[in-house]
Design a binder for this molecule. Sequence first.
Ligand SMILES: Cc1cc2nc3c(=O)[nH]c(=O)nc-3n(C[C@H](O)[C@H](O)[C@H](O)COP(=O)(O)O)c2cc1C
Length: 208
Amino acid sequence: MLLHLDASARRASFSRRLSSVYAETWRAARPGAGYVYRDLAADPVPHIGEAWTELCDHILEREITDIARYPEAVRSPAQHRAWSVVAPLLDEVVAAEVILIGTPMYNYSIPSALKAWLDQITFPRMSLQGRSFVVTSARGGAYGPGTPREPYDHQERYLRDFFKGHFQVEDVRFIHAELVNARLDPALAHLRDQHEESLAAALKEAAR
Ligand SMILES: Cc1cc2nc3c(=O)[nH]c(=O)nc-3n(C[C@H](O)[C@H](O)[C@H](O)COP(=O)(O)O)c2cc1C
């Protein structure tokens, strides 16, 4: 199954365009493999609350690592309500073979809509081994190797570190469309061609 998430606040979004190209290609190559779509911006998941932290603490304290045993942590009505948010999100993640995330860079990092989803579905020592992540991203600037802004990329670095460090998933691919701000910002007009090249390469890669 392909779990496809989008996190851009806008409809005319490059990260959405790339993720939809990837999803179309994936689905055409694997008819019947299953597909679930979630728009985290249009249909946001709530931030975690106190009852969620109680579920998490219980899972940590009891050393529960089997996701199927998480419901054991649900004891109070508030925890039941918290679990009713988590359960469908987690079911989708567990069932997925590939988790595709279309996300912009916001303020050097990821949108809060995506972070809220990550907070909901992440529990102590939770492994997602055997799955892979594909991240289609758009950024206003350029953050590739050797660029002056490379050290400020807390979007790819954060997701890559988190997927590896927490979920033990190293099969993570990033497809970036860069310099999107060159379309609008007169000060970056001279980088417009570079943006078009980056976008064309990203669309080609997503279709592959
Ligand atoms: C709230 C906000 C914060 C942004 N922060 C950054 C940033 O830190 N670095 C950057 O290069 N571009 C930044 N941008 C530009 C976006 O990354 C760029 O517009 C991108 O194309 C957005 O993705 P989308 O096309 O999928 O909506 C920001 C845009 C917004 C709306």
